[in-house]
Ligand binder design. Structure first.
Ligand code: ISE
Length: 342
C-alpha cells in the first residue's frame, strides 16, 4: 500500500452479523479514505441486500473475496469460530487484515496465524480490540503511567451485558466477552499474566439455561503481582456496564463512565446507561477503524497485533479449564513476545 495515501482503500468485509453490518455502515458513512468494495455472508439474502445498499460486490465465498484483485484490505467479522481460516487466507494473499476479536477460539489457530505472519516477514494482522482506542481507557492508562496513583496493586472490573444471544455459553462468556478484559488489562498494565482462577457465584435466574454459568468471576495475577478481579455477566437486566478501577499504593483511578445528561426530578437523580456495546464504544470503533485505514495506507498496522490476540486466547483458554475443573487456580505460561511483535 506504500504511496497510496491519497487513494481510496478498497475493503472487502467477510461476515455481516451485527458487528459486520455496523462496520460496513461505519466504513461507508464515517471513515474517510476507504470504501466497502465487496462483502461476503453465508446468509445470501442479507449479503446481496447489503451489497446492493452499499454499492459493493457480493461474494458467496469469503475466500474468493479475499483473493479478488478488487479487494486491497480485508475485514473479518464472521462468527468467532471462522475467524482464523479467513485471517490465514488474507495472510497467504499478503493483504492487510482487520479481524474482529477474538483472533481465534483455539490456541493452535492463533499460533498458526502468528507463525504465518512471521514467515511472511511483515505485520499485516490487526485484532479488533477496540477498547485500546477508547478515550476513557487511554486516559486511565496515562493516569497510571504518570504515577498519579503510585504503583498499581489491584484492579476491580466488571463487564455486564444487558442480555445475551441464544448461542452464549459459559465458555464463550470468557472467550467472547471476557477476552476484552484480558486484552485491555494486559495493555493497561503492560504486564503478562502468570496465574488465573475462576469463581462461580450463584446462578442468575435471568440467564438460567443449560450450558451457561452466569455470572462468572475471573481472577488474574500479573507478573509483578497485581491482582485483578473481573465480574463477567451476560444478563445484567439493566444495561451494558463496563467498569474498571485501578488501586495503587497512593490512590485509585477509575475508568470514566461515559458522560450522559443527569436529570433530577421527583426526588430522584437519573442518567441513561447504554443498552449495548455498539453505543458505549461507538467512539472507540470510529477511532479504531479510521486509524486502521490510515495505517494500511501508510503500509503499516496499529492496535492489537496477532500476538496480542494469541495471548488473549491463551489466557481465556486456561481460564476456561479453571472453570471446567470447578474453579481451580492455574499457572499461565505466556511465551516471551518475539522481537517481530515488539
Ligand atoms: C460482544 O461480542 C462484544 O465484543 C462486546 O464488546 C462485549 O462487551 C460483549 O460482551 C461481547 O459479547
Amino acid at each position: 500500500m506504500t504511496g497510496k495515501k491519497d487513494s481510496v482503500l478498497q475493503i472487502g468485509v467477510v461476515g455481516l452479523g451485527a458487528i459486520g453490518r455496523e462496520h460496513v455502515k461505519r466504513l461507508t458513512e464515517r471513515i474517510t479514505g476507504c470504501r466497502v468494495a465487496a462483502v461476503s455472508e453465508m446468509n445470501q439474502e442479507i449479503g446481496r441486500k447489503t451489497a446492493e445498499d452499499y454499492g459493493a460486490e457480493f461474494y458467496a465465498d469469503g475466500l474468493e473475496l479475499i483473493n479478488s484483485p478488487k479487494v486491497q484490505a480485508v475485514m473479518v467479522a464472521t462468527w468467532d469460530q471462522a475467524h482464523a481460516q479467513y485471517v490465514m487466507e488474507a495472510v497467504k494473499a499478503g493483504k492487510y487484515v482487520f479481524c474482529e476479536k477474538p483472533l481465534a477460539v483455539e490456541i493452535s489457530e492463533c499460533r498458526a496465524v502468528v507463525e504465518a505472519e512471521q514467515n511472511l516477514g511483515k505485520r499485516i494482522v490487526q485484532v479488533g480490540f477496540m477498547r485500546r482506542f477508547d478515550p476513557g481507557y487511554i486516559e486511565l492508562k496515562k493516569t497510571i503511567q504518570d504515577g498519579k496513583i503510585g504503583q498499581p496493586l489491584m484492579v476491580h472490573c466488571c463487564h455486564r451485558n444487558m442480555s445475551h444471544a441464544a448461542t452464549m455459553t459459559s465458555e464463550l462468556s470468557i472467550k467472547n466477552s471476557g477476552v476484552h478484559e484480558i486484552d485491555i488489562l494486559r495493555w493497561l498494565l503492560e504486564e503478562d499474566y502468570v496465574h488465573g482462577q475462576v469463581v462461580l457465584p450463584r446462578q442468575s435466574r435471568i440467564s438460567s439455561r443449560e450450558g451457561l454459568q452466569d455470572p462468572q468471576i475471573v481472577m488474574l495475577r500479573t507478573a509483578n503481582g497485581i491482582c485483578i478481579d473481573v465480574e463477567i455477566s451476560q444478563s445484567s437486566g439493566y444495561g451494558y456496564d463496563v467498569q474498571c478501577e485501578v488501586v495503587g499504593d497512593l490512590g485509585t483511578a477509575r475508568l470514566p463512565d461515559p458522560p450522559k445528561v443527569i436529570t433530577k426530578t421527583n426526588c430522584s437523580r437519573a442518567a441513561a446507561i447504554a443498552p449495548g456495546w455498539e453505543d458505549r464504544f461507538a467512539e472507540a470503533y470510529n477511532i479504531e477503524l479510521q486509524d486502521w485505514v490510515d495505517s494500511v495506507k501508510r503500509d503499516t498496522v496499529c492496535g492489537a497485533s496477532a500476538w496480542d490476540g494469541y495471548m488473549a486466547c491463551l489466557t481465556a483458554s486456561i481460564l476456561g479449564q479453571c472453570r471446567e475443573e470447578g474453579g481451580t487456580a492455574k499457572e499461565i505460561e505466556m511465551p516471551e513476545t518475539p522481537e517481530f511483535y515488539k
